[in-house]
Ligand binder design. Sequence first.
Ligand SMILES: Cc1cc2nc3c(=O)[nH]c(=O)nc-3n(C[C@H](O)[C@H](O)[C@H](O)COP(=O)(O)OP(=O)(O)OC[C@H]3O[C@@H](n4cnc5c(N)ncnc54)[C@H](O)[C@@H]3O)c2cc1C
Length: 321
Amino acid sequence: MAEHDVQVHGAGWAGLAIARGLADAGVNVRLVDPAGALGGASGRALGVALPTHPEHPHRLEAGIGTAAAAALVAFIRAGFDRLPGLARVGVDWRASPQEEGELDLALAAAARVGLGATRTAGGYHLHDGGAVDLVALHAALRGPSPLPVHATAASAEVDVYTTGAVPLDPFLADKITPVRWTSVRFAGPPLAVPVVSQHGTVLWCGGLEAAGARWATPHMEVGETDPVPDPRVTAMLERLTRQAFPDAGALLSSQAGIVGESCDGLPIVGPIPGRPRAVVCTGFGVAGLAYALPCARAVVDGILGRPTEGVPTPLRVTRFS
Ligand SMILES: Cc1cc2nc3c(=O)[nH]c(=O)nc-3n(C[C@H](O)[C@H](O)[C@H](O)COP(=O)(O)OP(=O)(O)OC[C@H]3O[C@@H](n4cnc5c(N)ncnc54)[C@H](O)[C@@H]3O)c2cc1C
């Protein structure tokens, strides 16, 4: 007889949300994370709530088709209705010089997939999403009586893997890539609206904090599992920030976190094919605020047998079977 009904591995945004949802429904749930709550990428994020996948809309559409891209945008938007601490100020996309020729394509695709967007001088403004107060989000995920976070696993009827960049279950071994993201904080005026640039791989938010990865392409980051800022990335972020925001003041601090990117760039959610009691919910990349909480909710509904549409087809684990 297993000691627990459900064991959730990983106490980032996804794991905390799943454990909270199950515990609130009366399930005997064990939460496991050797690093404690929010010890992974979720404790280092900036708070940019992207209303879409971190790619230009026409690239997303080309990758998965118009109907699937529209379903993804609708899924993210519905999740924002429940996202604690969200200031709905939208997100600015600032085109790099090599992206300027793509802006008409991006805006046309945005209209087709139901993503509100308006042309700006340097790119476009995405109407949905915005900036999240991470203190409020974390408080909501922990709840009034936080669940204990255990350092070691026990036995359970169902195991849920939300271990971000760590492919704990062998099924994930060839599907998850660790990518180091670095953030750099500057003295300077706070931003009213978060900004995304450089193929979705540099974010700016809040009291002028920038985050980005060494390479624009996640597969080139393989092996970057050490959450220590690389001086080359810090220098790149400083250069790009001073270009984009000439008023940026002194560089105050730098930190890094390891994000789990999936092999096709989309989250992986659902029971592992052939193993219904092993459930995965991971691969959120740099769009954790868009994906992690609505995916966690779908997992909770699925385990509890509540009526649910689940996650959109491109996010389902069954795409690998
Ligand atoms: C610098 C930076 C800036 C970012 N900015 C943003 C942003 O502005 N907006 C946005 O949407 N996203 C952002 N992200 C991405 C976001 O942080 C992630 O998408 C999100 O945190 C993923 O949540 P998660 O729960 O899947 O993973 P994590 O938060 O990484 O949680 C996984 C957990 O699993 C634990 N774990 C590891 N091994 C085991 C084990 N053996 N057993 C149990 N537990 C284990 C880890 O300790 C960790 O706590 C940023 C990331 C970084 C690093």
